[in-house]
Write a protein that binds this ligand. Structure first.
Ligand code: SF4
Length: 365
């Protein structure tokens, strides 16, 4: 039932032949990500975005041009994802983006969703009330209880705020944000990332989310890190147990059933950096350890782009460019290829459990 390495390789080849991740359940949706800032209160050990405090913030004109580019898509549904760093630390820019996107003349009545990725540290009642006025879904990045949080989510000890000096107030803020969101009207879900050293904790994260009254959950393995065969096996065993438990008695909406973005490391989404450079998103999400992707994954600058839909590379192209960015035998290439195979194994596992339980397929098995 747990895919072998050979089965995962075969699954990867079949997935590459499909052409695009975007051929899945959300094929009618075009998505663009915006890096509003590189500032963040935390320094999570599994985060490979380069964080800088006091660094550049995406100018309003760049954010507006990025939204204009998304609106040029011909697709019937649009999705804007706000990333960082912590996008809530640039609240004024964030609300400008929400206004511009929501009321954009080229939206033409199309469904729009703004996914706001946040660590929750700055999410207070007043801000939630503002977010409720827009088509926002909050992606709440959570590790679970205080001990889990402390293990992987190191507080950035910036000089400017007293509560940076200790992570207890930071976690307290996150816990208060969780309580507020449970009362709020804005849509949200918990996004948990497990690094290799937490490979055995998949069920624990799921159980914590249920105990906290989390309505929707996405469980993820960390990419950009080397997993041992044993750790991958442990993660897959834990994920299978979670899927079976959820099928038996579903206490939240588990997004993992959809499995429409694996292998995650081969994401074909596009992201606009703070300076208006447009790249495939792996270039930003892996930049601290895989900096060369900033050159090979670059698709241009907003100033020189006037169509969105042709920008997205096929999965096969992404695979080849990512693989060939690093020489054969290098550690970087080894990790990236392994992460692809791991993603294919996760996808195959989910499809197998789906078939075994007679659930409607989310993707061709
Ligand atoms: S994962 Fe999110 S919260 Fe953690 S360091 Fe990266 S940007 Fe900050």
């Amino acid at each position: 039932m747990i895919p072998t390495a050979q089965e995962a390789e075969a699954r990867l080849r079949a997935t590459l032949a499909r052409g695009s991740v975007n051929l899945g359940a959300r094929a009618g949706t075009e998505r663009l990500m915006l890096m509003l800032t590189r500032s963040c209160h935390l320094r999570c050990s599994y985060c490979f975005v380069s964080k800088t405090e006091g660094g550049p913030v995406m100018p309003a004109a760049v954010a507006a041009r990025a939204i204009d580019l998304l609106m040029k898509s011909e697709r019937p549904r649009l999705e804007l994802q706000l990333f960082g760093g912590e996008p809530m630390s640039e609240w004024e820019r964030l609300t400008q983006v929400l206004e511009h996107a929501t009321h954009h003349p080229e939206r033409r009545g199309r469904k729009l969703e703004v996914i706001l990725t946040t660590n929750g540290v700055l999410l207070d009642e007043a801000r939630i009330a503002v977010l409720e006025r827009y088509p926002v879904v909050i992606l709440f990045s959570l590790d679970g209880d205080r001990a889990s949080h402390r293990r992987f989510r190191v507080v950035h000890r910036g000089p400017d705020a007293a509560w940076h000096e200790d992570d207890a107030p930071t976690y307290d803020r996150i816990a208060r944000s969780l309580a507020r969101l449970k009362r709020a009207k804005v849509g949200w879900f918990m996004n948990a990332v497990l690094p290799p050293s937490a490979a055995t904790e998949v069920e624990e994260r799921h159980a914590w989310a249920i105990a906290q009254g989390v309505p929707r959950l996405q469980l993820n393995y960390a990419v950009g890190m080397r997993w041992t065969e044993e750790q991958m096996q442990q993660y897959l065993v834990g994920l299978r147990a979670v899927l079976l438990a959820d099928h038996e008695r579903s206490e939240l909406q588990l997004f993992n059933w959809m499995s429409d973005c694996e292998p995650v490391v081969l994401s074909d989404d596009l992201i606009v950096d703070v300076d208006g450079t447009v790249l495939h998103d792996g270039a930003i999400f892996l930049e601290r350890s895989f900096g060369r992707l900033k050159e090979t994954y670059r698709r241009g600058h907003l100033d020189g782009l006037d169509a969105f839909d042709p920008l997205r590379w096929s999965l096969q192209t992404l695979y080849e460019v990512m693989r060939d960015t690093y020489p054969e035998g290098s550690e970087e290439r080894g990790i990236l290829l392994q992460n692809m195979r791991f993603g294919a194994a996760v996808d195959l596992l989910i499809q197998r459990v789906t078939q075994e339980l007679g659930r409607p397929p989310s993707r061709g098995a």
